[in-house]
Design a protein around this ligand. Structure first.
Ligand code: UN1
Length: 506
């Protein structure tokens, strides 16, 4: 067992179910084997959660909620502060595990743990700022205000590409809000779930907290379906594909539960003829090949002004040809492997379709057969925006180049897809920049000027419009989705005046 695995408490066979400090493992349950995409070898196994164990996790979560919600929010913040400290201590091994199990380069693995630390800090501050408004009542000697109450156990379904950070965006905010959480991570990265749970369990033990505040379940689709269909779970926050999100929305909607959906993106950068091209190109390369194109914020489309199109394309090709692809844990590597063979297959199928629809692959796209693991060369294609394949999100490093003449045309291409997560324009022209941010500009949840589409900070609300699902997680006032709002009107006078001046004498 590698050092960082044992430091994180990973064994060759692990329990995949936890009520917080206690880990449950039904030896008769199916196991998931976690393979590293680095070389395809087996890392360890994790027991999936049985229905019986699932029910126990939910019951514990409901029970714990009764106490947790009554603990003052700043005291809950103190627990989250300690989780943030523990994450600082485990930053390197956890960053390594993220890199080893998911395949992103070590620097990005560390970045992911840093996002967890940042959101803990944010949540600690927030624990003293769960503000509601006060309003002026139209009635004399009346006071009106609103307060925010916790919801109950929150279900968090996260994806393989951010196996730890996205969980913490939800869990740490939900926790200071007074909710308990039940996490179902991706079956492709189950060890990240076990490792994070081990770190949190230490803090829970040190503080002598009851079971049930932070629960973990492991499994494939079925476990996610239990959560979404479960009336005991008032809120489901799900990150993943649009197809998955549509199912979650229907199931949770049918029981009138709440959802936060963070689904696919088809993010574009517009490069104007007024751009600082060197800066733009650096941002494009990070956005398109970073995490091997497997971020929901990855740059997929590049909408380039005709006057600079050839220059940008040629510069990108020369960078792509020299980019270091390989073991994500080795220093200097910029592109690690894709998560699995299916992802390699999906990339190949997309490139084939590009050609069938009339486009061309101008660089890369090859599968690196001589390397163990799932390595590919990032690809650049020349296409038209309306191609069916360009309209889809392919979770791989494919960058589509599209030429434009006027800004209106560029914005029409930009918004001419079903997804609406992240977006950017590179320009030094103020009118172009402001147009992009105006009501007739980008229709995405995130819109940047002279910054790429990926790498958002935790302090902003994260999420997108249209088929991206409309949910917001992480910073700003996203916390409100984890609470229920209550309007309170208090009559401190000796009369009972009715609102709207209605007379009703009895
Ligand atoms: C995701 O890909 O699901 O903005 C999240 C970013 C990261 C988060 C991505 N902070 O790229």
């Amino acid at each position: 067992m590698k050092d960082f695995l044992s430091t994180l408490g990973i064994k060759s066979v692990n329990a995949g179910t936890s009520t917080g400090q206690e880990f449950l493992k039904d030896e008769s349950a199916a196991r998931i084997t976690s393979f590293t995409p680095v070389d395809g070898s087996e890392i360890a196994e994790v027991f999936t959660t049985t229905r019986k164990e699932y029910d126990r996790v939910v019951e514990k979560s409901q029970e714990a909620f009764k106490d947790w919600r009554m603990m003052p929010a700043p005291k809950r913040g103190e627990i989250v502060r300690q989780i943030g400290l523990a994450l600082r201590r485990y930053k390197e091994p956890l960053g390594k595990l993220v890199s080893y199990e998911m395949g992103k380069i070590y620097q990005e693995g560390l970045g992911e743990v840093q996002e967890m630390i940042d959101i803990c800090d944010f949540a600690v501050g927030l624990s003293r700022q769960l503000y509601g408004f006060t309003m002026h009542s139209e009635r004399p000697q009346h006071r009106m205000y609103e307060q925010w109450h916790p919801l109950g156990p929150v279900g968090i379904i996260s994806a393989f590409n951010f196996p730890v950070a996205v969980y913490s965006w939800n869990a740490m905010i939900a926790a200071v809000c007074g909710d308990t959480v039940i996490w179902k991570g991706s079956e492709k990265t189950p060890l990240c779930g076990v490792a994070v749970q081990n770190i949190i369990a230490e803090v829970l033990k040190e503080n002598d907290l009851p079971e049930g505040i932070f629960g973990l379940i492991t499994g494939a689709r079925e476990a996610g379906e239990w959560l979404t269909a479960d009336e005991r779970i008032p809120l489901i926050s799900a990150t993943g594909s649009i197809r998955m999100g549509k199912q979650v929305a229907q199931i949770v909607g049918a029981r009138l539960g709440k959802t936060i959906l963070e689904l696919g993106g088809n993010n574009a950068i517009i490069i104007s003829s007024n751009a600082d091209l060197e800066m733009a190109i650096r941002a494009v390369v990070f956005g398109a090949v970073g995490t091997a194109g497997q971020r929901c914020t990855s740059t997929r489309r590049l909408i380039i002004h005709k006057d600079v199109f050839d220059q940008v394309r040629d510069r990108l090709i020369s960078i792509y040809e020299n980019i270091k692809i390989g073991n994500p844990l080795e220093e200097g590597t910029l592109v690690g492997p894709l998560i699995d063979d299916d992802a390699v297959g999906a990339m190949q199928a997309a490139l084939k379709q590009v050609k069938e629809e009339g486009g061309s692959v101008v660089c890369g796209g090859e599968v690196l057969e001589n390397m163990e693991g799932h390595y590919v060369k990032p690809a650049i294609c020349e296409v038209q925006n309306h191609y069916e394949i360009v309209q889809e999100e392919t979770f791989a490093p494919i960058l589509y180049l599209i030429k434009y003449s006027t800004l209106d045309e560029a914005i029409a291409y930009h918004n001419g897809v079903k997804q609406g997560l992240s977006s950017a324009i590179f320009t030094l022209n103020m009118r172009e920049a402001e147009t992009f941010l105006s009501h007739r500009g980008s229709d995405c949840g995130i819109a940047n000027i002279n910054i790429g589409t990926s790498g958002a900070e935790i302090g902003g609300a994260f999420g997108g419009e249209k088929e991206t699902g409309g949910g917001r997680e992480s910073g700003s006032d996203s916390w409100k989705a984890y609470m229920r709002r209550q309007t309170n009107t208090i009559n401190w006078g000796s009369e009972l005046p009715l609102s709207q001046g209605i007379e009703f004498d009895v």
